[in-house]
Design a protein around this ligand. Structure first.
Ligand SMILES: Nc1nc2c(ncn2[C@@H]2O[C@H](COP(=O)(O)OP(=O)(O)OP(=O)(O)O)[C@@H](O)[C@H]2O)c(=O)[nH]1
Ligand SMILES: [Mg+2]
Length: 196
């Protein structure tokens, strides 16, 4: 995918603040600190478009980015970070769910897991939620640079055994590996100009 333009559109803390655009959207979801924002930056070859941090809970709003004037990437707050107060966790969860449930423009989801850990219970709950709500998704197993080749292979087999019906891409934002595979999976969902 040739990136001709990538721009921040807006942040939303409630569904009514989501942009009024009809371009197809791809949403990135996963645990806090798993590497969602880094994946977005790596895909777009941008350093700081989506803000990243070593401290979990960095992305606290839904952030929208417009790419090539043809589709949007949507960076969602992470789930599962123990240190986030329960009330805040619940408000992020309800924001995420109302976005995922109600967004007509949502064309595809990317569930990001840590390749060192594999899908956690929360990740599997999220996958089941997607299935129940008929939302298509694939899995990106990130931070693959932290594993040896053999460990990574085992991790992917393990992830595939837990999610047998979904594609899995091993990815590293630091080494930029897996980028083309992610684009290849996304391409069919963003190649239309608008959704009816
Ligand atoms: N080694 C390595 N580190 C990574 C990779 N992806 C992300 N990181 C690091 O992991 C930390 C979290 O990355 P983010 O992209 O901010 O994670 P996030 O999922 O957006 O986090 P929240 O917004 O807090 O939910 C940062 O310190 C990144 O530099 C990767 O592929 N390899
Ligand atoms: Mg983030």
């Amino acid at each position: 995918m040739k990136i001709l333009s990538a721009e921040f559109v807006c942040s939303a803390v409630q569904p009514s603040q989501c942009p009024q655009e009809s371009l197809p959207e791809v949403a990135f979801i996963g645990r806090s600190n798993v590497g969602k924002s880094s994946l977005i930056n790596a895909l777009l070859r941008q350093k700081g478009l989506a803000r990243t941090s070593a401290t979990p809970g960095r992305t606290q709003q839904i952030n929208f980015f417009r790419i090539n004037h043809r589709f949007l990437f949507v960076d969602l707050p992470g789930y599962g970070y123990a240190k986030v107060p329960q009330a805040l966790k619940q408000s992020w969860r309800s924001l995420i769910e109302s976005y995922l449930r109600g967004r007509k423009q949502l064309a595809h989801c990317v569930l990001i897991v840590d390749s060192r850990i594999g899908p956690t219970e929360l990740d599997l709950e999220q996958a089941a939620w997607f299935q129940r709500n008929l939302l298509p998704f694939f899995i990106v197993s990130t931070k693959s640079d932290k594993l040896s080749k053999v460990e990574l292979q085992k991790s992917i087999i393990h992830t595939q055994s837990l999610c047998p019906d979904h594609s899995i891409v091993a990815f590293s934002a630091t080494r930029n590996t897996g980028r083309e595979q992610v684009w290849a999976l996304l391409y069919p969902h963003i190649s239309m100009t608008t959704l009816s």
